[in-house]
Write a new protein. Structure first.
Length: 254
């Protein structure tokens, strides 16, 4: 995922105003395929260079113009107090709150309609709401799980190709993968180190498609070829041939 602080996230209100469907959680909303959303991604750099254009008719908050072709938008850089928590505001300060068409001289023109609404009710309705913050959280969870799955599958595929163990670190965690061929079966060993959070355990053991969560067995004493390091837990399971073939096909040989 790109740096959230340099992304401009469209709110649910904006997405609906642009007549776009709400995408699957795997889609990072700043990457929506729409001209206005794409143009909005330039705003943090324009802001940093002092080239932004304010919507002067909106006076209760500082909103900026986003313009491309016939499309017009209103974006905001959140002050800390406008987010549910300081960490959220720092994580995602930029939001595209509303979008629509330029219709000069027409009350339906986006900026004319925003001015009319804001004069009666203020502009808070275009700020990110609970749905928007929850969507951001779920996108990050999905991306985190996807990254873990990619790392684990790469380690297993490498071990399948040469029979050696492979290790990777992410955040403060360490994962080791080793495959063994014995008696016509392929056994998969996964070592997990410095992990106390059960959700992280679950994400690692669920990373391999085609292996049921309840098929994993802890190996507290390790096995002959893989002994646990301090703070490490080793898990084992049988790797079905179809799953092994899928991993080898999905992970290029580097």
């Amino acid at each position: 995922m790109s740096s959230e602080a340099q992304s401009v996230r469209p709110t649910k209100v904006c997405i609906e105003a642009l007549d776009l469907p709400i995408p699957d959680i795997s889609v990072h909303l700043p990457e929506l395929d729409h001209p206005l959303v794409k143009e909005a991604q330039r705003l943090p750099d324009i802001y940093a260079s002092g080239g932004v254009e304010r919507i002067l008719s909106l006076t209760d908050r500082i909103w900026f113009k986003v313009k491309t072709g016939r499309w017009r938008g209103a974006a905001i850089r959140l002050p800390e107090a406008d987010a549910a928590s300081e960490s959220q505001a720092r994580l995602a300060p930029w939001w595209l709150g509303m979008g629509g068409y330029r219709r000069e001289g027409d009350p339906a023109d986006l900026y004319a309609s925003l001015e009319s609404t804001a004069s009666r009710e203020g502009s808070d309705r275009w700020l990110p709401q609970d749905w928007d913050w929850k969507r951001l959280e779920l996108e990050h969870i999905y991306a985190w799980n996807h990254a873990i799955s990619r790392i684990v599958c790469e380690l297993i595929a490498r071990s399948l190709r040469d029979g050696y163990s492979y290790q990777a670190e992410f955040e403060s965690y360490r994962v080791t993968a080793l495959t063994l061929a014995q008696d016509g079966e392929t056994y998969l060993l996964i070592g997990t180190e410095n992990i106390a959070n059960p959700k992280v355990f679950a994400a690692i053991l669920n990373a391999v498609p085609g292996i049921a969560p309840d098929s994993w067995q802890p190996e507290p004493q390790g096995v002959a070829v893989l002994q646990p390091e301090p703070g490490e837990v080793i898990w084992s399971t049988i790797l079905p041939p179809t799953v092994a073939a899928h991993l080898l096909d999905a992970v290029p040989d580097t």
